[in-house]
Design a protein around this ligand. Sequence first.
Ligand code: NAD
Length: 508
Amino acid sequence: MSAIPSTAAAAKTPTVKLLINGEFVESSSNEWRDIVNPATQEVLARVPFATAAEIDAAVRSAHAAFAQWKTTPIGTRLRIMLKYQALIREHMPRIAKILTAEQGKTLPDAEGDIFRGLEVVEHACSIGTLQLGEFAENVAGAVDTYTLRQPLGVCAGITPFNFPAMIPLWMFPMAIVCGNTFVLKPSEQDPLSTMALVELAIEAGVPRGVLNVVHGGKEAVDALCTHEHVKAISFVGSTAVGTHVYTLASQHGKRVQSMMGAKNHAVVLPDANKEQTLNALAGAGFGAAGQRCMATSVVVLVGASQQWLPELVEKAKTLKVNAGTEAGTDIGPVVSTSAKERILSLIGKGVEEGATLELDGRNVKVPGYEQGNFIGPTIFSNVTTEMTIYTTEIFGPVLVVLSVPTLDEAIALVNRNPFGNGVGLFTQSGAAARKFQSEIDIGQVGINIPIPVPVPYFSFTGSRGSKLGDLGPYGKQVVQFYTQTKTVTARWFDDATTNDGVNTTISL
Ligand code: NAD
């Protein structure tokens, strides 16, 4: 049975399956949710909120599969990833279409979503060197010490709607290739592209029970965070939910990494390359309709760069709002009608609190897609740090612009904001850039790079209010997250008659 609904033209709305013990199965749940195309409101499929028994069965299947999977040779595990990366590459255009239909982002951006996840799978193929332990010979007479990096057991992943390909791929390929088994709980808003990727993982040879998928919301998440057999939780999503997940799972003894919300600033110095900077601000502020955790949402114009505001507004006006499937679209719809309402109400709040609405995207009309959740690019100036549009993550195509006289004040402003996901500096001065990277208290810094998401040989290193837990997704950090270090200190006697006598002191 396929995980993906075959066609929307089916007699009844297709359903999304669970994956339990290697089988794609229909849920017996009474609670279902529609998956809706945000450009048209067409119902694409229905997703179940899995029952407690189904979630338990998924975890137990992962637990049972761990016994064999943890002893499976590294070469076998990485060859599955080699096949998997080839399959993802081959199916990328097909999955991008599914992703655009359910999430709204443009087709090229949907391919980018998949590609950034594919890069993690490619990196998983290096597990032979990533999971190496350490060895010290002769730490005492004839004594050696070495470390083993062993898998934990069942790991679980909870993912958000905004990157339904990339973020699940941050998680299960690395967990599995380290020798763990996995239970994934995708976003209930757009699980179809995630399920297409899960199907390919099974086709690549991930054995029965090693990867499982359950669907749902709070109840499913809470069940995973508290299940006796789950050893680690990877969460990506909003700050409120991430804090809940971190607290609940930690209280139940799990290892947890929680990547959460953001308010990413771009600091613009007057010596920056103007055209490149304005392009970067418009692209990073409005791309994916502002629904990226690393989207630029605050622009801080320093000194004379304040004069660039009218040109930023003009640049934003050139962006085309349309369905993600239409060629030349820059900004697709936001994911749901409720997301649209929330964003519109925040824009209203900005006006109410006295910010200047330089560009108003509230009344955008898209011919042929009148029902779509579209919001055009929106820019506020004269924003203060007390205003709701500054303190809240809007997660829509809205840029708020503040002005300060100096770089020092810009750094202080960014450091006062509680979030720490990403920040950009635009300048041609190496000295300013060096000062900025040293003094800014944000986990991911871009210098003339608006969205500084590291490639998978590094790790995603958001900080402060954007992250709970120590180790981040992918890269070397996630190998540490998904493994337990065991340190062995060993002595072998080459002579059966060796006898040191009893030693009651602490030395070796
Ligand atoms: P969300 O927090 O609403 O949902 C994330 C996951 O949590 C989903 O799987 C959802 O089903 C589940 N969930 C929702 N409510 C829950 C509850 N009350 N209890 C338990 N689980 C619950 O996030 P979203 O709206 O899907 O995604 C957008 C958010 O994710 C933004 O805040 C964005 O900044 C953040 N995000 C962060 C990163 C990062 O790396 N820091 C990356 C992408 C997205």
